[in-house]
Design a protein around this ligand. Structure first.
Ligand SMILES: *Cc1c(COP(=O)(O)O)cnc(C)c1O
Length: 378
């Protein structure tokens, strides 16, 4: 058997939407991006959403919204994908790495308070693997210390915490629709907020700084028939980036959004089966305490002190694995930001990500479970 680690769940619905885009022959930033943004708002309960071409772009622009003075400090968990921290560097700010909680592997709020100084202006909260950060506690700390909270929801599209969707607890929520993530547009991302005034200006930043979308200017011109509407006129007032989502991506996203609850439901069911399968293991333990209700877990993982040997053993049986992640301060790029992160440094050597995607079959799960149990008994 050969089992992949992640697999996007795409088919006829996405193809039908793509065909419509082809029939219209408008593939770039257009009306479908707006439609997807509106449906995303409705789905997660935000008032403003802006579609971009990656989760990385979303994180970059989310911090740009605040125009923080260069050199200001931003708190970020040590255990995350590199983009959460490069967003800080893109904005000429300085990352302060926070250690993880030994159980949940999310940012430790205790360590956060230790590392907090008056130079800190924001905190990047990553719901690691889909496990929610204790948002009511974090928001309390943020309020007391005047910190902006940006939620990195790359792992938890559609997930909720205490009945409220992740990405709507903090000031801005950032999502990734990269092909391996919980839902996909190929590549893509979304910036969402309940503060429209804060993020609406970012529409220009995602479109090379141009203050009017081309498709709207063309629509005005063709709809009104006003020969002298100066449809060609636009101004650039801010430094922007070519970060827009396009209609082809939005077409896929609209179909994926219809399936998102179902896909998260399937992942919950699969995790449940994995957890039951490994419950008697001694050396192999679940990555963290999965709380499946309302959840949108993207990672099913385990901890094992013989992690590297387990990876090889699974590979020999055709089972793909991954490691999410080596702590960021261990990367050369971040060596100049010294940090004490003993828990992350110890734990990451033991973590391993196992196959999880909505169409993973029961016999495939059982095959992985059998391989884990066999390794555990050795
Ligand atoms: C994937 C990921 C991103 C970046 O998303 P892209 O769409 O790949 O740019 C950011 N943060 C985390 C935690 C991620 O896993």
């Amino acid at each position: 058997m050969e089992i992949r680690l992640f697999k996007p769940c795409v088919g006829e619905e996405e193809l039908a939407n793509i065909r419509e885009v082809f029939d219209r022959s408008w593939l770039g930033l257009g009306p479908l991006v707006t439609k997807f943004e509106q449906e995303w708002n409705r789905y997660i309960g935000a008032t403003s959403s802006i579609g971009v071409n990656s989760g990385t772009a979303a994180l970059h622009l989310a911090l740009t919204a605040y125009n923080f003075p260069p050199g200001s400090k931003v708190l970020v968990t040590a255990l995350t994908f590199v983009s959460t921290a490069t967003a800080i560097l893109y904005n000429h700010l300085e990352p302060v790495f926070v250690d993880v909680d030994p159980h949940t592997l999310s940012m430790s709020l205790e360590d956060l308070q230790k590392k907090l100084t008056k130079d800190c202006v924001a905190v990047m909260a990553v719901h690691f693997g889909g496990h929610p950060v204790a948002m009511e506690e974090l928001m309390k700390i943020a309020k007391e210390n005047n910190l902006v909270v940006i939620e990195d929801c790359a792992h938890c599209a559609g997930g909720a915490y205490k009945g409220k969707k992740l990405g709507t607890w903090g000031d801005i929520g950032c999502f990734s629709f990269e092909e391996k993530k919980g839902m996909t547009t190929g590549d893509g991302g979304m910036i969402s907020s309940h503060n429209s005034e804060l993020i609406e200006p970012l529409r220009a930043n995602r479109w090379i700084g141009i203050d009017k979308d081309t498709w709207k200017r063309v629509a005005d011109y063709t709809a009104t028939g006003a020969i002298d509407s100066r449809h060609w006129y636009y101004e650039v007032a801010v430094l922007g980036y070519k970060y827009n989502m396009n209609d082809l991506m939005a077409a896929i996203g609209l179909a994926q959004l219809q399936k998102l609850d179902w896909m998260n439901q399937q992942r919950r069911r699969i995790i449940q089966r994995y957890l039951q399968g490994i419950q008697d293991c001694q050396q192999i333990q679940p990555l963290y305490p999965y709380e499946l209700e309302d959840s949108a877990y993207w990672i099913f993982g385990v901890r094992c002190h013989e992690r590297d040997r387990l990876i090889v053993s699974l590979k020999q049986k055709g089972i793909a694995t991954g490691v999410h992640y080596m702590p960021l301060p261990l990367h050369p790029l971040f060596h100049k930001y010294p940090s004490e992160i003993p828990v992350a440094k110890e734990v990451w050597e033991t973590i391993i990500t196992l196959p999880l995607f909505p169409e993973l079959k029961d016999e495939e799960i059982d095959y992985v479970v059998a391989a884990l149990c066999e390794f555990d008994r050795q």
